[in-house]
Design a protein around this ligand. Sequence first.
Ligand SMILES: CC(C)(COP(=O)(O)OP(=O)(O)OC[C@H]1O[C@@H](n2cnc3c(N)ncnc32)[C@H](O)[C@@H]1OP(=O)(O)O)[C@@H](O)C(=O)NCCC(=O)NCCS
Length: 170
Amino acid sequence: MSGVEIRPARDVDLAVLIGTFGEADFFADRLVRQAGEHGVLLTAWDHDTPIGAVYVWKQAAEEVEVRQHLPGVPLLNHVQVHSDYRNRRIGTELVIAAEKLLVDDGHSRVALAVRTDNPDAYRLYERLGYKQWPHPPVECQYYVRLPDGTRKRCVEICHMMVKPLRRSSA
Ligand SMILES: CC(C)(COP(=O)(O)OP(=O)(O)OC[C@H]1O[C@@H](n2cnc3c(N)ncnc32)[C@H](O)[C@@H]1OP(=O)(O)O)[C@@H](O)C(=O)NCCC(=O)NCCS
């Protein structure tokens, strides 16, 4: 899709990101991490409308197996494109932009977790050069905010996928 801008989110984007995608805790948390230079919240925009996002996670992974087998490898976290804009290469462009940022930072590999029940996303990452690691799936944890304001811990079982990065000769 032409005319899409991909750029790091700014603090002032928070309200519109939440208005579009919900997930207030996620976006607030990732902007704080970005401000601490622990990662980058990349966002895709159609003019003033946010249409996609991915968080480039540069801190140690939360899952012990990932820390053990992929030490120092950054992660693409929470790749998402608004349902009205899917299948127009925006997810692809977000992943490519995240990879470029990591290459510029000197990283030679990137990894991501994809739910074992999400073959569509798995197929996209395979096409982009990601390969499933030779270890069992990983239990990834996340939290959802309940209507009463409390947070509930959830887990999802994910394949870890890894891609070597290389600087383009262009
Ligand atoms: C996965 C996702 C980010 C891809 O974004 P996109 O802009 O539609 O992707 P592109 O147009 O670059 O590529 C299209 C590919 O995305 C995948 N895809 C399309 N719709 C999807 C969906 N609802 N869920 C998961 N993957 C999807 C397919 O592999 C598709 O290619 P195909 O021709 O083989 O079917 C987007 O579909 C999405 O937000 N899905 C819901 C959240 C999700 O599953 N995130 C992945 C977490 S690991």
